[in-house]
Design a protein. Structure first.
Length: 91
């Protein structure tokens, strides 16, 4: 999966993987190995794709338990939160 995101010449493949990741961001972020895929997705994403991933992490406005809160407290999910912060600080 990580190879497809980084090296795929077929944009449809990459878009399909990004859509699956966005729809399953919380469960993937809190999994030991799948969290590595999320980190790679954030790293390789275009600015538009990254914005969609961050939007999925932040959740809906009225959600009492947004994915971000759960991820911050999870032993694997917190690495995703740290990656988002690090990428946001880049020029």
């Amino acid at each position: 999966v990580q190879h497809v995101m980084e090296h795929s010449g077929r944009p449809g493949d990459r878009q399909h993987v990004m859509n699956i990741i966005r729809k399953n961001i919380l469960s993937l972020s809190c999994h030991k190995y799948a969290s590595n895929v999320i980190e790679k997705a954030l790293q390789c994403a275009t600015p538009e794709e990254r914005a969609l991933l961050v939007e999925a992490i932040c959740g809906q406005q009225n959600d009492p338990h947004p994915p971000l809160l759960v991820m911050m407290r999870d032993r694997f999910g917190n690495y995703i939160v740290q990656r988002v912060i690090a990428l946001a600080q880049l020029p």
